[in-house]
Design a protein around this ligand. Structure first.
Ligand SMILES: *Cc1c(COP(=O)(O)O)cnc(C)c1O
Length: 369
């Protein structure tokens, strides 16, 4: 194809400009402001669960503040999703914590509750769990929450890829003690860059707000009693988010339709789609396949020859050189994540992809076998 078929890129609708224009008209260009306030309220209303939102410059910043609120200190063991983007687990290192990586189950490609239980047996002192919902598929939350409760552990939920995903009717990003979402350019809705921290308790939001605005104390001069950060979202950027939020459900529906088309086209091929449990509604942020035979890197190269962008599955954290020497806990048998990484591939999932373009992609995949 002459036109490149991308993995996933932003889709703007027009309302974003209205909110940005309002910020310009009021000359409210600084961080903080009415778009930030409204974006926080509107997203929390959408998610339900009575959360308190804090709009920030990135999902990573939100994760960092979550790790701080959870009280992670130098030398603390933190039990983390293994198959995810590095941003999920890097903030643990910012605070001097040590990640122990937890393998995934085959049913969701997310943190395996059996492996998590085993990790608590080995590290009974662990008090914090960082969990991501890979590609918008929810983890086994009932089991994970039960384990966290029994071990008195704080749960940080990374729903960066899972905004609008539901588990037993409840939105992802509402299960943890601290939750985050991302509005990076490739996510299901975007502000070009940004994120939000979602807390259960208003005092946690207040402390995060303080830390995100250079930890200023309430005094006429600049008084500091803690080390702060400059993590706030700009009022202009929040305007993009408010416009995007109006289209979140539509984006989810279009992502779902893309997944269903792949599923139908591939039903006789030696591959499976990324799995999910009953009574869950993934947002299908990225449609992925797991090959029964053949090399996914060869398929990726073949797609690239035809100007189609595919991407390997996130390389598991326990296989990353930067985390060499960190412990990795499986459910007992072979490492599920190593197998998924070896056989998996993410396919184009951009919501502007036409049916003809998707047929073009599926024909290349079929011709590969
Ligand atoms: C994108 C992403 C992040 C980081 O969000 P940014 O807004 O890019 O900082 C964190 N975790 C996961 C799983 C992600 O996909």
């Amino acid at each position: 194809m002459e036109k490149r078929i991308p993995l996933s890129v932003p889709t703007m609708h027009g309302e974003e400009m209205t909110f940005i224009q309002e910020a310009f008209d009021k000359n409210w260009i600084a961080p903080l402001g009415f778009n930030c306030d409204n974006f926080e309220t509107e997203l929390c209303d959408y998610l339900g669960g009575g959360l308190h939102g804090l709009s920030l410059c990135s999902g990573t910043a939100a994760l960092h503040l979550a790790v701080k609120l959870a009280g992670v200190k130098r030398g603390d063991t933190v039990l983390c999703s293994d198959m995810t983007f590095a941003a999920t687990v890097n903030p643990v290192s910012y605070e001097g914590g040590r990640q122990v990586f937890i393998d995934s189950d085959r049913e969701t490609w997310n943190m395996d509750p059996i492996a998590l239980e085993r990790a608590f047996e080995k590290y009974p002192e662990a008090r914090v769990v960082v969990l991501a919902h890979l590609y918008g598929t929810p983890a086994k939350m009932d089991e994970i929450l039960d384990i966290c409760h029994r071990h008195h552990a704080i749960l940080i939920e990374d729903a960066a890829e899972a905004l609008s995903t539901t588990y037993h009717g409840r939105q992802c990003g509402t299960f943890g003690d601290y939750n985050i979402v991302s509005f990076n350019g490739n996510k299901i809705i975007t502000t070009s860059g940004g994120g939000m921290l979602l807390t259960k308790r208003p005092e946690d939001r207040a402390l995060a707000f303080k830390l995100a605005t250079q930890a200023r104390e309430n005094a006429p001069w600049y008084q500091h009693e803690m080390i702060g950060y400059n993590y706030r979202m700009s009022n202009v950027v929040a305007g993009i988010g408010r416009g995007q939020l109006l289209h979140l459900e539509e984006h989810r529906e279009r992502k779902t339709a893309i997944f269903r088309r792949y599923e139908a086209a591939f039903k006789d091929l030696p591959l499976t789609m990324n799995p999910y449990e009953a009574d869950t509604q993934p947002n299908f942020w990225l449609s992925c396949i797991l090959l029964d035979r053949g090399d996914p890197m060869a398929l990726m190269a073949k797609l690239a020859e035809h100007n189609v962008e595919a991407r390997p599955i996130w390389k598991p954290m326990h296989m990353q050189p930067v985390f060499a020497g960190h412990d990795f806990i499986t459910a007992g048998g072979e490492a599920v994540n190593e197998d998924i990484f070896k056989r998996g591939l993410c396919l184009p999932s951009d919501i502007k992809m036409t049916a003809e373009e998707q047929d073009y992609v599926t024909e290349i995949v079929k011709s590969f076998f």
